[in-house]
Design a protein around this ligand. Structure first.
Ligand code: ATP
Length: 539
């Protein structure tokens, strides 16, 4: 409940929350004033006092209706604006939070982030729109109850007892409902994960009807069936509660007209006005009840969203010594006794202790068998993971590998790189240099720059990797890291890369760490390291 309140207050602000609540209350009061006017007129009709058209009453009706329209329009407009900005604020905040969070947290919560962006935040938005109805209906409900106290304490008493029974019934199923909506949320998340698998693996699935049937059955169909039955249970419970509420009020109305009207000393006018107020009460209660499913689901989503936000802590790397790091003056990277292990288990893969020394302009090759830990080491050096122990120094300055200034030393082409369709790091590209690199990497006839975007990224795997390396080079960072970059290049270009391009980059003063299996070209390196079982050995 607190998280829901704070979510509203945090995004709406106390002032706006007060303003919207006040408008909602005014809309409810106006609604209630209308009931009051209508019952007053019925009273006049029944007592025989209303025989001629009454201008004063007509003006009162018109005034209430027009003011209600104005207030309601203001409230609707404000809430639509608020829900829209909330939708986008929540989305932007979550994306921003993910961008600022540490890599392992993002990877661990990848699917939850997707679910929150595409499902939870939309549910919260939809529920906020229902606030208009809920606020207005709640005020009418309270107004009707107050009116009943004024009309007849006996009828109010009977209504209050029925309302308390209704509330108890509703609350008793609240926990079950919460569990069901939690399960429904989990299923929705699995569904989105399945869809993601299908879209990413669409080539493999396109080739095999069996695989595609299997994944459809397990990740879509079965989850869909489970979701249907869970939601059926949850909604039926809510609707049944609503039905019990309705039936209780019907019982109250029947009791009032059949028993109270004859047994207690209450006038017929009061009975008619009370029934009128009860019917209105029933109507507003129905509005509240019809919105309850949306609120229950949004409530689960708010909880999930705050849990997710806690699982994405901002990477709080103390800049400390990193703050005084001038990447232009990079001279040396000195890694000593670096250790790291994945996860909690003893069997988890371990790195280290690793020593690695790299001077400006040096070309280092690292090789080793599959699973020996090359990529893990590189990711550790790049700051994806925090080391368990050991030190990293830049120019004799002890550095935290999580700090932004340290990370800005590197340009990387990962083995599983992602090629964006535009330059992200430079606003005004140096066109001559881009052209030079396009020619050097022999893709000048395939790609050109159009403003800040590439004319195409629909290239072969090898060509995409060439473009990715050009992008990395254009960042002009002191250290270039390549993870099996040449693996996808044809033999001719591979030779060009090792014998022409790498020496040229060295001449430009680039410092390079390259993971490679190309043993024919190991001689090109200034230093050669072998990775085995998580340990690095200089050859
Ligand atoms: N995120 C992870 N969580 C737990 N273990 C991991 C994770 N990533 C990799 N590993 C484990 O770490 C070990 C080393 O993997 P790594 O990718 O570093 O090897 P590699 O030398 O780069 O292999 P390859 O040449 O096949 O790319 C593997 O046994 C793998 O199971």
């Amino acid at each position: 409940m607190n998280s829901k309140k704070s979510l509203l207050i945090q995004h709406l602000g106390h002032k706006n929350l007060l303003k919207y609540s006040a408008i909602g209350v005014i809309a409810g009061i106006l609604n209630f004033l209308f009931i009051f006017l209508a019952t007053k007129t019925i009273d006049l009709i029944m007592s025989g006092s209303y025989r001629f058209f009454d201008w004063r009453l007509c003006l009162q009706f018109t005034g209430v209706i027009l003011t209600f329209i104005m207030v309601r329009l203001t409230l609707t407009k404000s809430l639509i604006q608020f829900s829209q900005s909330l939708l986008w604020k929540l989305r932007k905040d979550l994306v921003q939070r993910s961008l600022e969070s540490r890599y392992p947290s993002i990877k661990r919560n990848e699917n939850d982030i997707r679910t929150a962006l595409m499902y939870d935040i939309v549910l919260i938005h939809d529920a906020i729109l229902g606030l208009i109805e809920i606020t207005t209906a709640s005020v009418i409900t309270l107004g009707c109850l107050a009116y009943l106290v004024y009309l007849s304490p006996v009828i109010f008493g009977v209504t209050a007892i029925a309302s308390i029974v209704g509330i108890i019934v509703h609350r008793s199923s609240l926990i079950k409902n919460r569990l069901e909506f939690n399960e429904s949320h989990r299923l929705e998340s699995s569904f989105l994960s399945g869809v993601n698998d299908i879209l990413l693996g669409c080539k493999e699935l396109f080739m095999s009807k069996e695989k595609s049937h299997f994944i459809f059955k397990n990740k879509i169909n079965d989850i869909g069936n489970l979701s249907i039955s869970t939601n059926n249970r949850a909604y039926t419970r809510l609707i049944n509660n609503a039905l019990i509420g309705q039936v209780l009020l019907y019982a109250v109305i029947s009791f009032v007209v059949l028993f109270i009207s004859i047994s207690a000393s209450i006038s017929h006018q009061v009975i008619v006005k009370s029934v009128f107020a009860l019917i209105y009460f029933l109507g507003s209660l129905q509005s509240v009840v019809s919105l309850l499913p949306a609120f229950s689901r949004a409530s689960t989503s708010v909880t999930k969203l705050s849990e997710l936000t806690e699982k994405l802590p901002p990477s709080t790397a103390p800049e400390g010594s990193g703050a005084s790091l001038n990447i232009e003056n990079f001279e040396m990277l000195d890694i000593r006794q670096l250790r790291f292990h994945y996860g909690e288990f003893d069997s988890a893969f371990r790195i280290g202790p690793v020593d690695l020394n790299l001077s400006k302009g040096e070309l280092v090759f690292i090789y080793g068998g599959n699973g020996s830990g090359k990529t893990t080491l590189i990711n550790l050096v790049l700051g994806f993971y925090k080391p368990d122990s050991g030190s990293i120094k830049i120019n004799d300055l002890l550095i935290d590998n999580q700090s932004d200034s340290y990370k800005s030393l590197y340009s990387v082409v990962f083995a599983d790189f992602y090629l964006f369709d535009q330059i992200l790091s430079v606003e005004e590209p140096d066109l001559n240099l881009w052209e030079r690199y396009f020619q050097l990497f022999q893709i000048n006839e395939k790609v050109q720059l159009q403003g800040n975007s590439y004319s195409t990224v629909q290239l072969s795997t090898g060509q995409r990797k060439r473009l990715a390396l050009i992008v990395a080079l254009m960042e002009h960072k002191p250290i270039l890291v390549l993870d099996e970059w040449a693996a996808d290049q044809d033999p001719e270009f591979r030779s060009t890369f090792y014998f022409l391009i790498l020496p040229l980059l060295k001449k430009e003063g680039r410092t390079i760490i390259a993971i490679t299996h190309d043993d024919r070209y190991y001689d090109c390196a200034d230093s050669l390291y072998k990775m085995e079982n998580g340990c690095l050995e200089r050859i």
